[in-house]
Design a protein around this ligand. Structure first.
Ligand code: RP5
Length: 159
């Protein structure tokens, strides 16, 4: 249901966090490397066939001049969530953030925080939960569990 793609295997340590949270929600996904500048034809095919292959949302992570999420969003009509990755030669990640965030009008990319692949996974779960009641319930339980964990910590601090 979710396509997780990244520009390089060096993005995997971050991007696998999206896969892990989707596992928690019991949502099926595929995970692969698709580079906008190193494998442009693969990127085009991936985005062009995504909807017909049953994907509902695409999470795309990239670093540097990170055009993968925007290019994919320009080819498919599915929602695309962009994850800016702080790559080794990046200028503190600002290169990735700005190139994913600052999409021109008409082709939106829902950009999460730097390296926030986990949040991208949760956002994808929320999108799927908007039409799949079971997934929606699981996201609700996740929120309540998080709230309770914080409340427990607050009560410990009070004592
Ligand atoms: C981008 O360039 C990738 O998304 C990665 O974040 C960055 C560096 O790639 P490698 O040189 O590590 O393959 O395309």
């Amino acid at each position: 249901m979710v396509g997780i793609i990244m520009g390089s295997d060096s993005d995997l340590p971050i991007m696998k966090q999206a896969a892990e949270i989707l596992d928690e929600f019991g949502i099926e996904y595929e995970l692969t490397i698709v580079s906008a500048h190193r494998t442009p034809e693969r990127m085009f095919d991936y985005a062009k066939t995504a909807r017909n292959r049953g994907l509902k949302v695409i999470i795309a992570g990239a670093g540097g001049a990170a055009h993968l999420p925007g290019m994919v969003a320009s080819i498919t009509s599915l929602p695309v969530i962009g994850v800016p990755i702080k790559s080794s030669n990046s200028i503190e990640g600002w290169d990735s953030i700005l190139s994913i965030l600052q999409m021109p009008n008409g082709i939106p990319v829902a950009t999460v925080a730097l390296n926030a692949a986990k949040n991208a996974g949760i956002l994808a779960a929320r999108m799927i939960g908007s039409f799949d009641e079971e997934v929606g319930k699981r996201v609700g339980i996740y929120n309540v569990t998080m709230q309770k964990a914080v409340e427990e910590k607050i009560s410990l601090v009070k004592k």
